[in-house]
Design a protein around this ligand. Sequence first.
Ligand code: ADP
Length: 589
Amino acid sequence: MRRPKLLWHLFPYFLLVTLVTLVAVTWYSAHSWRAFFLGQTARDLETRARLVETRISGRAALENEVWVDKLCKDLGKITSTRLTVILPSGKVLGDTDEAPAKMDNHGDRPEIQEALAGKEGVSTRFSFTLGHNRMYVAVPVKSQGKIIGVVRASLPMTSIGQALKAYYLQIVLGGLFIALLVALLSFYIARRLSDPLENLKRGALRFAQGDLSRKLPIPRTDELASLAEVLNEMAGKLEDRINALIRQGQMQEAVLSSMIEGVLAIDAGQRLIALNRAGASLLGVNKEGALHRTVQEIVQDSELRWFINRTLSAQDPIEGEVDLNKGEQILQAHGTSLRDPAGASLGVLIVLHDVTHLRRLEHVRRDFVANVSHELKTPITSIKGFMETLLAGAIREPENAENFLRIVARQTDRLNEIIDDLLSLSRIEKDAERGQIFLTTQRVKGVLAAAIEICTPKAQDRGIGVDLNCPEDLRARVNAPLLEQAVVNLVDNAIKYSEGNREVRVEAERTGPEVVIRVRDQGSGIPPEHLPRLFERFYRVDSGRSRQFGGTGLGLAIVKHIAQAHGGKVTVASTPGKGSVFSLHLLPD
Ligand code: ADP
């Protein structure tokens, strides 16, 4: 409903009061004026009647009827008054407007009767002689204390009425003018009263819309000034409180955002009420879009949904592991019920910790132990078997004995190689962890040539050519013995896994912000499914072939750790049947 403004509430009342006062004053003054005017007219008529009376007082004059009538007619014309002289019998002696003979007896007229009684007679009534309303004033004519006649003066009411009307018009016009003035004044006053309130209203509205910084202007009146001050104070306190809440919210948001754990708060109606960045990325949803939606809508994984439902119905905190995306991501989940300070349940808080990497490491470690045991077990079993055979008597068969001992020696070499590789791997890891791998700026070509030289006999044995292509002045920050070992491992593999008459190329160049060393072969290549795990310890694509060439399965793991110790990485690209390219990405000088 549209309510009228205060201005339109005040103004009509101001106007009404003024108009009522004005009408009352106008009416009263018109009324008083009419009374005054009629009194004045009556006195005027009396004066005129007295004038005639002084002329005719004396019996002789009254006896001359013609003279009296003429006097009435003459004086009447001059004064624009009807003058009549009447005898106490009521007979008319003279009249301004009529011939006295034609006029009836006037003794019954009220003013005449009053004058005959010795008083001044006044009457306003209809004149049957002239046919309109008139005012009559009659005065007695005395001679020696006796009333010998009456002189009456009269005026038509129409002329009195006209004079009054003209005056009324003036009063009404004056009244209207004053009403207009008062209306403008009332409007001005009403506005002066309502304007500060309107300002306060606008300011309060601004506060309600959240703009608390712009304070209200202080009006001049005491009551409104106090109101504005109270409102300003209230807005100030509100602003402080809101700012504190915003700061608190931002702080909470910052804490939640910087947490690596995913945090989800869910209300009793299973709607998401809070979610941090890590949580959104774990669930694979957009944070803003997910808020206030139900668990069913945003959590796709049934295992996690089940965990949330369990937390919602549980009294105590619960913990569990959830596999996301068919086990590709493993989350450790903690669920606790959320309670307000009074202890009432608000929902639940779920904290998700991505333990995929941890679990994978555990897995790798488990595999590693199993692999090491397995790798060591094979030569040891072989050594043990041949030793037992020798002890059982084969030692006395020189031909077999020598053969067996040669096998034992080979297996011992293999054990030695595995242990050497394991030791150098752990040394590199340990040194890298302690920051004890010192890098110096070196000519890359020198290091590569030294590595190729080590591999040359093996390459020649297999009829494989090794080609080096490296700018003379190419320099990088490296640890020369370690880099040499990495390149030896890569070239050794390239030779091992290539057929004869093929070529291995070692290239180095500066590409953008790094120095890249590539070892390219035309060998068997590696199927793509093996590439992600190729640099794991003991990972082999073809273990039979690897063992046949005396491989330990640790060569590429060593290369990876050396690359990392240089602040770089190793990558591989391979096409089965065509060959592989292993690239070492290092920092330039
Ligand atoms: P290994 O001692 O068995 O060679 P590595 O760690 O050096 O161990 O290599 C891991 C596996 O990667 C090897 O067993 C082999 O199957 C594969 N591999 C490494 N280099 C090459 C290459 N240049 N061409 C094809 N396969 C390779």
